[in-house]
Design a protein around this ligand. Sequence first.
Ligand SMILES: [Mn+2]
Length: 328
Amino acid sequence: MKTKISSDLLKLIKNNNSFLIVGHINPEGDSIGSSLALALGLKKTGKKEVVVVSSDPVPENLKFLPSSGKVKQKIPLRKFDVAILVDCNHIDRTGYTSLNSSHTAVIDHHVLPDNSGRSDFYKSLSAAIIDPDAAAAGLLVYKVLKALHIPVDKKMASNLYTALLVDTGGFRYSNASPESLRVASHLVEAGAEPWKISKELYENSPFSAMKLQGLSLATLERKDGMAWITVTDRMFKKTGTNSEDCEEFVDLPRRIKGIKVAIFFRQDGNRSYKVSFRSKGKANVQKIAMSFGGGGHVAAAGCKVKGSLKEVQTKVFRVVKKEINSYR
Ligand SMILES: [Mn+2]
């Protein structure tokens, strides 16, 4: 498959001088890595001002990324020529209410919401590359850099390799396409060090986070092709951890043989839960998440559901079961 790199976006980048690069709330490796790589690339071409912002701070485990210390949380007051949303396609996902730029563009691989045609935000975009078939936003940023003839240096390569690694689950998910592996190989040639990056990402867990994992695993249950675990506020308190320490927990029930959909419930305030889904087969978890007002990808998605844990689980299991059964 070949992503069409919009010439509008390339022109927008060529013809302007100040850029605000914006990732999504609750950022992970793809959001931060892609944003930083794009910023480093644009700076290399001599752009006057390139600022990366993230409404939530860079997670502890991504602070090894080159230039991650430059990510700001507050948008500078002055007006930018172009704001580029990376790894998300709507301002609501950025955690900011306005971006103060003359133009807005998007580089993303998430499916557009159904109402996108009627949304003022989408109508206001000057350019967009949105390819849900791309394994990571980092893959699209790589292509944009190539199209602009910007050589990928070691810093950019490390950021982009991390983006690809995270969004393909270490090249294990169904989106680990030939293209993603080819690009990864180019990135390694450009200086990204796979073993170092893997060590930072996967062998660097705080002790307290591992304790949290133990408490959460004790909640493991399965039924009707689903397996799930839960993290409550009490567990966070007991271990001195927070939501950052359970980013990957949904992958734990996913490891179980015969499971079709893995689910992770994370308490997010009083009577509110963040629910993450991973599909191991045909079940479309994006559809499930969207039915609760969330979103994501076919095989990885999430949403927020209000209610007690029991109420939330009852609601969620009903929808997941229906989706699983539709493929039997
Ligand atoms: Mn992504």
